[in-house]
Ligand binder design. Structure first.
Ligand code: GLN
Length: 494
């Protein structure tokens, strides 16, 4: 019996292995807490003290948001390594989940110092959980099992159901009752996630049970150096967050972008030259590098949703419906809601194209994602013009922008996850997932810089900046299309 037939025996959950339920629910609660809190972050930091906020100026808040987003995803790199080398993915996810939960409860305390400590906990925990839970999904299936992509689509739905819950529950409590109530609700959600994971972990079986790196002792020396470097960098960021030393957050944001870029270059050079990979594996790394570049640009644009566009929603958008002013965070629900609605169509669409032999290669899908993101910003330029003329713009501008951003996300994000799981060399699966999230890290840092710039002189700075983002996205999209002709990846046997 071939591998495929063996793997297809486990069809417990919508035709997928039982372990997917565990991962679905854990990721759902984790994202509920993550996005619920993140939706409030910029608003909380920029509101005046009388409104319960921190009264930071917009530039500083954007930079802190950028540094936070960059740290969260940056820590996925050592997080992947900890799983590959020490605990295995399953246990690392549990440790991460517990740390995140503590982080949200710390955020619920109404003090400024503990606020930053809470952010540090959430970053470290997410770094441990996020890349590893994403790798376990792929490991539920045998190589060549055609259900992997669909598995990732289902998993992607859990991410977005979770973020919807987060924006609604934490957003409402945070904006309408009190910021720290919103943060506390994130902690409660995450507690459900931890309990659920502990009780159903056994259904994951062998997937991610053991560390994978002991077979690669020789090459792991380089990676240890890399991880120590990541760890030190994380300490620098963390200590700045808790106020052990102070630096202008915007400068820190810039430094972090350069450092992450350096780490990414270092890592790819290491993979090509020192990781002992064969030719086919190196070919796959080349494709993953392409995806990395596309992903950075895409998420840098996308992350404006939680920062500059979030402030645009709060201060320049007419949020009244039937006489009730909805929380600005509610507009953030548009993205995950549309993902949940459209994801199955996208999955079916890719399969349909495949049946007609019109398959798009992964870099082509990424290019499409970048173009759609560009269209979203184009729409937003009109929205900003309306707000400049009339003080407030209708919600339709942000909704339309988020529609294009979501369509772009569906071309890129689940596809990137499953491509990373499929094409990464086996011994480096955890780390490569870390690298996939490193692209989000670089993007978040970049997004912080862009967001500060976009509000430099109020929203009138937005149109020019958005135009530059559009041009950059189109250039990268075209680059992806051209390079796709030269780079081909293959799924590798174990
Ligand atoms: N929305 C997705 C998630 O939360 C992707 C985020 C990202 O990679 N920047 O997992």
């Amino acid at each position: 019996m071939n591998e495929l037939a063996k793997a297809s025996n486990d069809t417990y959950f919508l035709g997928h292995p039982k372990g997917l339920v565990t991962l679905f629910l854990t990721e759902m609660w984790e994202r509920m807490s993550y996005y619920g809190m993140r939706g409030l972050l910029v608003l909380f930091m920029t509101r005046e003290v009388v409104e319960g906020g921190l009264n930071l100026d917009t530039g500083t808040a954007m930079a802190i948001y950028g540094v936070y987003g960059a740290s969260v995803y940056f820590l996925c790199v050592p997080g992947g390594w900890v799983a590959d080398k020490i605990f295995g993915a399953q246990r690392t996810v549990l440790i991460g989940a517990i740390i995140i939960t503590l982080g949200h409860y710390i955020l619920a305390l109404p003090f400024e110092k503990t606020f930053f400590l809470g952010l540090v906990f959430v970053s470290i925990g997410t770094g441990l959980l996020k890349p590893n839970i994403s790798t376990i999904v792929g490991q539920l299936y045998k190589p060549g099992d055609i259900r992997v992509d669909a598995g990732y689509t289902i998993f992607y739905m859990s991410i977005n159901i979770g973020s919807m819950l987060g924006f609604l529950v934490c957003g409402y409590l945070g904006e309408k009752v009190g910021w720290h109530w919103g943060f506390g609700a994130a902690g409660v959600g995450m507690t459900f996630g931890v309990i659920q994971y502990i009780f159903s972990k056994s259904s994951l079986g062998e997937a991610g049970l053991r560390p994978t790196l002991d077979e690669a002792e020789n090459s792991s020396r380089y990676f240890s150096i890399f991880s120590i470097f990541s760890f030190l960098l994380s300490l620098v960021i963390i200590s700045a967050f808790i106020g052990l030393w102070s630096i202008d957050p915007e400068l820190l944001n810039q430094l972090i972008v350069y450092l992450i870029l350096l780490v990414a270059i270092f890592y790819f050079v290491y993979l090509y030259l020192f990781a002992g990979l064969n030719k086919a594996e190196k070919g796959n790394i080349s494709m993953l590098l392409l995806l990395f570049i596309g992903s950075v640009l895409f998420w840098a644009g996308f992350d404006q949703g939680g920062s500059s566009l979030n402030l645009f929603a709060k201060d320049y958008t007419d949020l009244y419906i039937l006489g009730w002013e909805m929380p600005a965070t509610f507009l953030q629900v548009a993205n995950p809601l549309m993902v949940v609605i459209f994801a199955p169509f996208f999955a079916a669409f890719w399969i349909n194209l495949g049946k007609r032999n019109l398959d798009l290669d992964t870099p082509q899908k990424f290019a499409l994602g970048c173009f759609l993101m560009a269209v979203g910003f184009f729409v937003m330029i009109f929205g900003v013009e309306v707000a400049l003329e009339n003080e407030k713009a209708g919600v339709k501008w942000l909704l339309l922008t988020y529609l294009f951003h979501t369509l772009g996300e569906l071309c890129l994000s689940p596809v990137g996850l499953s491509a990373t799981a499929k094409y990464a060399p086996k011994k480096y699966k955890g780390q490569m997932m870390g690298i996939w999230f490193l692209s989000s890290s670089l993007a978040a840092g970049l997004a912080g810089l862009l967001a500060s710039k976009s509000l430099e002189s109020g929203i009138s700075s937005m149109p020019d900046l958005f135009m530059q983002i559009i041009i950059a996205l189109c250039v990268v999209g075209i680059l992806l299309l051209i390079s796709n002709r030269f780079v081909k990846a293959k799924e590798l046997e174990e």
